[in-house]
Design a binder for this molecule. Sequence first.
Ligand code: FAD
Length: 243
Amino acid sequence: MPASKPDLPRAEVMERLEITADLVVLKLRPEVEFEFHSGQYTTLEKDGIERAYSIVSSPHEPILEIFVELVRPPAGHLTPLLLELKKGDFVSIHPGGKGTFTLEADRPNQFMVATVTGVAPFISMIRQYLHSGKRGLKFHLLHGASYQDEFGYREEMEALARKHPGSLAYVATVSRPGQERNRAWQGLTGRVNRMVLEQIQRFGLKPGSTRAYACGHPGMIQDVRKQLLPLGFEVKEEKYWTE
Ligand SMILES: Cc1cc2nc3c(=O)[nH]c(=O)nc-3n(C[C@H](O)[C@H](O)[C@H](O)COP(=O)(O)OP(=O)(O)OC[C@H]3O[C@@H](n4cnc5c(N)ncnc54)[C@H](O)[C@@H]3O)c2cc1C
């Protein structure tokens, strides 16, 4: 088994929350000082395999939170190892945030589209903004998943939207409504990219007063761009892999 990279610091697993058999939230405590901005990612490494993960938690929180989806072997390499981690285990970590997928607070409307774990950077931005006590921005978060148990942060987002209706609207949709696993689902159905235009209209969003973001599945991002760019929206994107 290849050794862990000697130059990377470690982080201890403080908590492991199983969302589904394929989706896990890891709460980590890096052994070194860790600085980042909401929306950024870091890299985790084990057995010589290093991958990028968006940070769910926001900088004011003491613990670093990551939302990981299993990519089954043989395609997946690191995620089978990450899903096996238990409380008290260690993983190597890049000591800080990376990337430019951060909040653009210069326009009042923030329109965010995510597939499953792609919600991570948006959770960080929303937690950070609401914690800061600032007001004036409205976040419109669209979250898509195949199954109703895959959202991970739906309860938190729905509660925050009820508490701060002027700052947050959260819309979740499942793409496989006919499946047994979605039997209890009473919310929206269909792929999240298919409801972008309808939600833009519903919220009355205009390009000049809106920042748009898309994160996660590359096909979703491409489709969102195809719909929004001709209308004059700029779209900030974070693709989790290339197709
Ligand atoms: C900036 C950035 C942030 C990221 N943040 C997250 C995050 O917060 N949570 C997270 O789970 N992943 C995230 N990823 C993806 C992550 O880096 C890994 O690619 C993923 O966890 C799979 O790792 P692996 O080693 O198991 O498989 P890999 O060897 O990386 O992937 C094998 C193949 O599986 C496909 N693939 C990769 N990820 C997925 C997926 N989620 N669903 C379906 N197919 C996939 C790709 O075609 C890839 O070539 C992010 C990627 C980037 C670039």
